[in-house]
Design a protein around this ligand. Structure first.
Ligand SMILES: Nc1nc2c(c(=O)[nH]1)N[C@H]1C(S)=C(S)[C@@H](COP(=O)(O)O)O[C@H]1N2
Ligand SMILES: [Mo]
Length: 152
């Protein structure tokens, strides 16, 4: 796919308990709207890419008061449910070598020093803000196994 065509398919849906329920485009990330650019190797040697911090992303989308966890959902149905406390150093990588991601397009969550590598969700297409009702405090991840009635 040509770069511009691929860029047109960049879409990250923001939903749930959050003020700004919107679809974010590549330029939203690239033009600084979601916070300043962080050169990933300057934070984590041996890792590459350009990111915005989850903290600055949260500043922009404004989760509601009652919200406790963020669900990062990928286009292959892999997902992670993560409490805010685990996201304080997290990054959203949107660019590598000055171009769209080859692996993990459109967006990759990266948690430096996270308790599991598996939390580094590739190909994030939806970020949902939720109030956790199970009293769970630690993050969980895996392939989505709950089938909603509406999806049958
Ligand atoms: N979308 C998606 N993201 C994912 C996964 C996956 O299956 N799908 N696997 C996770 C797991 S279990 C690991 S260990 C890392 C592997 O990252 P890598 O492919 O860059 O080595 O990606 C994580 N992110
Ligand atoms: Mo993993």
């Amino acid at each position: 796919m040509k770069t511009l065509d691929k860029e047109m398919t960049f879409n990250v849906h923001i939903c749930g308990h959050v003020e700004k329920q919107i679809d974010l485009t590549y330029s939203d990330f690239n033009e600084g709207k979601l916070g300043k650019h962080i050169d990933v190797p300057s934070v984590v040697p041996n890792c590459s890419g350009t990111a915005v911090s989850v903290i600055s992303f949260l500043d922009f989308v404004q989760p509601m008061q009652d919200c406790t966890h963020v669900i990062f959902k990928a286009n292959d149905e892999f997902q992670a449910t993560i409490p805010f406390a685990e996201l304080k150093d997290a990054l959203l990588i949107f660019k590598q070598d000055g171009a769209l991601l080859e692996k993990g397009f459109p967006l990759r969550l990266f948690i430096p020093d996270g308790w599991s590598e598996c939390l580094n969700i590739k190909s994030v297409t939806t970020i949902e803000f939720v109030q956790n009702t199970y009293g769970e405090s630690k993050s969980t991840f895996g392939f989505k196994n709950l089938i909603q009635l509406s999806e049958l």
